[in-house]
Ligand binder design. Structure first.
Ligand SMILES: CC(C)(COP(=O)(O)OP(=O)(O)OC[C@H]1O[C@@H](n2cnc3c(N)ncnc32)[C@H](O)[C@@H]1OP(=O)(O)O)[C@@H](O)C(=O)NCCC(=O)NCCS
Length: 180
């Protein structure tokens, strides 16, 4: 059985992962929400106005009352630079799926691998999930590489399972890891 504890703060070598605060809107908007390169393969659209960021942050901060919400802001020396969250999960089957994104200035420094590894350890060791999984667009090689570096294994490809923002079809690549 899962022992839900919600979005506890997590510390890694370089990063602090913590719940969002209402005051995070400016940094989130500037660092990734307004950047079309970051949102290119994400399900949500680039924010063109900070009001959109304010609305989602206000929604997220409300959700922390629930112990089943796992949604962290990634901070480096107090700057909010990214996001990592459980985007769906099964209580009965004890699996969860994660999603993430990072400010473009910090790409390629191993930051998301570090964040993902810490989150997976927390979800396995503290919450008791049996399995974690992630998916990525077949063109989003950097994301697949993060999954590999965090120890997940390739499990297959769903052919043309997602329509990209530009109208073309993406194969969706699935990675998973069992808590053993
Ligand atoms: C995907 C993302 C989170 C990666 O974060 P990151 O902190 O830069 O990741 P890391 O530095 O830990 O690792 C990135 C790896 O991808 C590799 N990489 C980067 N671009 C690549 C490309 N075009 N093709 C192949 N590999 C690539 C890097 O070389 C690195 O691997 P290495 O350490 O073996 O050299 C970041 O690029 C991002 O926020 N992208 C936009 C949002 C997004 O796509 N989220 C995921 C949706 S599934």
């Amino acid at each position: 059985m899962l022992a839900h504890k919600g979005t506890q703060a997590l510390t890694t070598f370089r990063l602090e992962l913590r719940a969002y605060l209402d005051s995070d809107c400016d940094m989130m908007y500037a660092n990734w929400a307004s950047d079309p390169e970051v949102t290119k393969y994400l399900t949500w659209n680039t924010h063109t106005d900070i009001q959109a960021t304010r609305a989602v942050v206000a929604e997220w901060t409300q959700t922390y009352a629930s112990p089943t919400v796992y949604h962290w802001g990634i901070t480096l020396k107090s700057e909010l630079i990214g996001d990592i969250a459980v985007v769906r999960w099964s209580e009965d089957h004890e699996w969860c799926e994660l999603g993430y994104c990072l400010c473009r200035r910090y790409w390629g420094k191993g930051i998301m691998t570090e964040a993902l590894s810490a989150v997976i350890r927390y979800l396995f060791d503290e919450i008791g999930f049996h399995r974690v999984q992630l998916r990525h667009d077949n063109l989003n090689m950097a994301s697949g590489r993060v999954m590999q570096k965090a120890g997940l294994r390739y499990e297959g490809a769903m052919k043309e399972a997602c329509r990209r923002k530009d109208g073309t079809w993406a194969d969706i690549i699935l990675y998973g890891l069992i808590n053993e």
